[in-house]
Design a protein around this ligand. Sequence first.
Ligand code: BGC
Ligand code: BGC
Length: 616
Amino acid sequence: MSIFNNWRSVVTVAAFAVGLAASPRAVAAPRVPYAFMQPGSSVDRQASALLARLTLDEKIGQMVQVDMNAIKDKNDIAKYGFGSLLSGGNSDPADISPAGWARMYDDFQSYALKSRLAIPILYGVDAVHGHNNVDGAVIFPHNIALGATRNPALVERAARVTAAEVAGTGIDWTFAPCVTVPRNERWGRTYEGFGETPELASLMGAAYVRGLQGGKLSGRESVLACTKHFLGDGGTTDGIDQGDTRCDEATLRRIHLPGYVEAIRAGSATIMVSYNSWNGQKLHGHRQLLTDLLKGELGFRGFLVSDWAAIDQLPGDYRSDVEASINAGLDMIMIPNGPGQENNYVDFINHLKELVAAGKVPLARVDDAVLRILRVKLEMGLFKHPFGDKNLIAQVGSAAHRAVARECVRESLVLLKNQGRVLPLSRQATRIHVAGKCADDLGYQCGGWTIEWQGRTGQVVSNGTTVLQALRREVKPGTTVTFSTNGLGAAGASVAVVVIGEPPYAEMKGDRTDLTLAPEDVQAIRNCKQAGVPVVAVLFSGRPLIITDVLDQCDALVAAWLPGTEGAGVTDVLFGRHHPTGKLPCTWPRTMGQIPINVGDESYAPLFPFGFGLKY
Ligand code: BGC
Ligand code: BGC
């Protein structure tokens, strides 16, 4: 007997859902009486029973994930029965407060529940360092900094907080963790990885998955992890984003695969496929790696989602892209385009339908994809709780959450130089001169993937503490704190703290062939040094920069990565409230010519080796 047997209750659900649409906020956690939710039947049986009820159109709909900006008519969500929606890096609701995001989620979900079988959508976002497109959320350091902590228990707690904040806005799924192993600092996504070794990616990636998904996926504060980007994204020649990773299979497995092995072991419900190629073949069409290796050899039971319009990059026209990617093993396709644009969701649906009819994509392949997707939805209890839990909104950006981020910041700082023990600073210094364009700027402090896809300088979020603000709070009343961006006016101070760094960037725009410091950063250090004041430089960057020009002028140097909103974590270390414990998650090169340089290389004479980090 089918467990999804009570047809009338399904109709009731659909009607119920329509009723909810009118005032989704007023209804907390509705109980949806799907017959197949009967206790006692396993998720597998429920998923099969539901799959058996779906038409081919409905199955294909489940395989579609559409960016919110592509949807001009929300009725398309039920009309095509989309499996998922997402907000890409620049796709936000008009109101980006936690309540605004929660309202948006419930609104989209209410449209999804109008479909014939009222199958809820999964909503995905890039919460890659906290719930980073939500104004009011706590922004964590980027992954490279978490790698420097060498503390997987802390990383798990950080991911737990991120999950609570994402769930706090109703959202089900984050495209994290990124377990890339960046091997060339020219790459603009270096900071999204935990470091240059497979060991760091595995250790931290698995901890992150556990944190996001909690003890069980159905927990109200658990969200789906999406380990990414499979496979070899950090190994491309010259560190070119979306480029070609050229190596033999043994190297690919040794460096780039371990993160996935551990993430799958930790239960990662989904995995995102990468834009890059391996020896000239795009991953999105790579059946051997997606199906044979990941689903076969590694036994991955969750589902594979494509990257943003990534199948469009396969050779041939869009129809052949659809055929090649689905046959390679992709289960859900991320589509940023809607009607009127090229390669849009209607095109995808039509192509896949015709390909199935023509026998070019086996129905069994479609069934496998949909079964995987439904299983995840059932496991997370989405049918029971399709709407967000309003009680969780208040904790977004809470003091308790910020305290965890501050811990991450202070454990991630790597002390590279401390000549004459200029650090820790004294709280009783007569005057501390603060300088540098990054000292009082949350945009620099947070980096890319913050409110906007590429991030931006300035007051990018309304809550947060800059290093200057944190330092002012830290000192005793007798200490004067002065500030100038360019470092002028330092003369007479006991010490100068100069906060410098890279402007925010993200994928596609962050690749660099020159990683030397910006002239204004060099000048700010020089100005303080020329004033005859000991200089403590704090560097905000998503990767090691070429600092040989200024190293002599700095008495102390701290690599602070991209710490996020909790600048007090930086001053915790500067004043010695917390002694530095961070260790380099990547090798620090002397010159551009040395890059790529990684621990284990035959000739290895970097400025600072992998694992380096001074103590007080
Ligand atoms: C990125 C992914 C991201 C996706 C959705 C892509 O361009 O490569 O990391 O999850 O966009 O925003
Ligand atoms: C998305 C990215 C995408 C980019 C460029 C952003 O809004 O989040 O994933 O790659 O747009 O199209």
